[in-house]
Design a protein around this ligand. Structure first.
Ligand SMILES: *Cc1c(COP(=O)(O)O)cnc(C)c1O
Length: 418
């Protein structure tokens, strides 16, 4: 059974203060916030316009352009964006939506929010994304959408999956929350689906604290999402419409039951400032990934991420996998060991259908998703952020090597065989 190590309580030593200048801790991730970002947010706070304003529009334009899309719709989180994408496509109770077993939980939860049934697909052992064959095998006449994820930022198989969806005329949703700035061939991540969704949580390539963005070329979907994120208000109505003396009725005309999934102007201002540095941020993450791969590729205990030749990765996290000699317990011990030595590490991801809530609700059992399970039991996400230094990368790798040796030694000492 998969264990979510990320949620384990603090271990045997007192917590260190997380002040960057004092602590020796190398965190798993760290947002890259500079003085320009801070100024952009402060300026917006002084502007008097704190929601649904010019910064949101600017941020939407920048992200849409990056994904080569016509429309961007900013929302309060990536998860909210996925929810609205499904609603805008008309997904409803009784429908099935295909989604990866190996992903972050949001790419399945959004299907439940829409009242539909998630149909999970196992992953490809190399890229960790869904394969065309596995998805095709799960298509039925009730399939109303396919959600595909660029796992850890890798767009492998995306072009083929989009083609498959096209052949069956099933709407393709790209959960691009881990892939902003990446490419497959010449096409940017975010361009493959009828709708794509980005996320801006602090561990992503750019952050707005919390936030997300729907991108699409479809004007109906864009309008629906704009309406649904703002309490079902008809598009184009501004808060000033509700000021006494202005035209009656507009701010309080709710066309449908919507949500409050708005992104604030402060968040959008931070997003604009971060988008202006996107290439630089991606390049630094790329450098970190290359250093890890250089250091770890020759270690027989670990499998480093594979990147297809025609893919430009936008690194979300750097995840190594232990080879099959190691068990899930070994992996958990190694993660605990890394953390005890002030190195951030986590198990990315537990298999979604085997999470307790999904097992209870749908009766999934260990063994249902063999590849995702084998992978998930052996992954370790290592620190990944722009300001990680070569010295720190070295320290992470050295600590990992010690923990790997210790785990091998312990296993042999007690005569346990995998
Ligand atoms: C980060 C992420 C999301 C969105 O997360 P939020 O915290 O809601 O912004 C969705 N799907 C995947 C695969 C993600 O990694």
């Amino acid at each position: 059974m998969t264990l979510c190590v990320q949620s384990c309580p603090a271990t045997d030593r007192p917590r260190q203060k997380r002040t960057a200048s004092v602590s020796n801790e190398i965190p798993l991730s760290l947002p890259d916030i500079n003085e320009d970002d801070i100024r952009a947010v402060a300026d917006t706070m002084r502007s008097g316009r704190l929601s649904i304003g010019p910064k949101l529009e600017e941020f939407e334009r920048l992200v849409a352009r990056r994904a080569q899309r016509t429309y961007g719709v900013g929302v309060s989180s990536g998860t909210a964006g996925l929810h609205l994408a499904l609603k805008a496509l008309g997904v409803k109770p009784g429908d099935e939506v295909i989604t990866p077993a190996f992903s972050f939980v949001a790419s399945a939860n959004c299907i439940l929010y829409a009242g539909a049934k998630p149909v999970f697909v196992d992953c490809d052992p190399r890229s960790l994304n869904m394969t065309v064959e596995a998805v095709e095998a799960k298509i039925t006449e009730r399939t109303r959408a396919i959600i595909a994820v660029e796992v850890f930022g890798n767009p492998a198989n995306m072009i083929d999956l989009a083609q498959l969806a096209g052949r069956y005329e099933i709407p393709f949703i790209e959960d691009a929350c881990e892939g902003l700035g990446g490419r497959a061939g010449r096409d940017p991540i975010g361009k493959f689906g009828r709708v794509a969704v980005f996320g801006f949580y602090p561990n992503k390539q750019i952050t707005t604290g919390e936030g997300g963005m729907i991108v699409t070329n479809d004007d109906h979907i864009a309008r629906m999402c704009r309406c649904l994120r703002n309490q079902g208000r008809s598009v184009g109505h501004k808060p000033t419409d509700a000021i006494p003396g202005s035209e009656l009725g507009t701010w309080f005309s709710h066309e449908c039951i919507g949500f409050n999934y708005r992104l604030t102007e402060m968040q959008a201002a931070l997003g604009v400032s971060q988008m202006n540095r996107l290439d630089e941020l991606i390049e630094r993450r790329q450098r970190v990934a290359e250093s890890y791969t250089r250091r770890l590729a020759s270690n027989p205990d670990v499998i480093v991420p594979t990147v297809e030749p025609d893919v430009f990765m936008s690194w979300f996290v750097y995840v190594v996998r232990l080879n099959d000699r190691f068990t899930a317990d070994d992996r958990n011990t190694i993660i605990e060991g890394l953390r005890r030595h002030d190195v951030g590490a986590a198990a990315y991801f537990p298999v979604i259908p085997l999470l307790p809530a999904y097992q209870r609700e749908f009766g999934f059992r260990p063994g249902d998703f063999p590849i995702a399970e084998t992978v998930s039991e052996r992954t370790i996400a290592l620190p990944m952020f722009t300001r990680l230094t070569e010295r720190e990368i070295d320290l992470v790798c050295q600590t990992l090597e010690v923990m790997l040796q210790r785990a091998s030694f312990t296993r042999e000492a007690i005569g346990k065989r995998p």
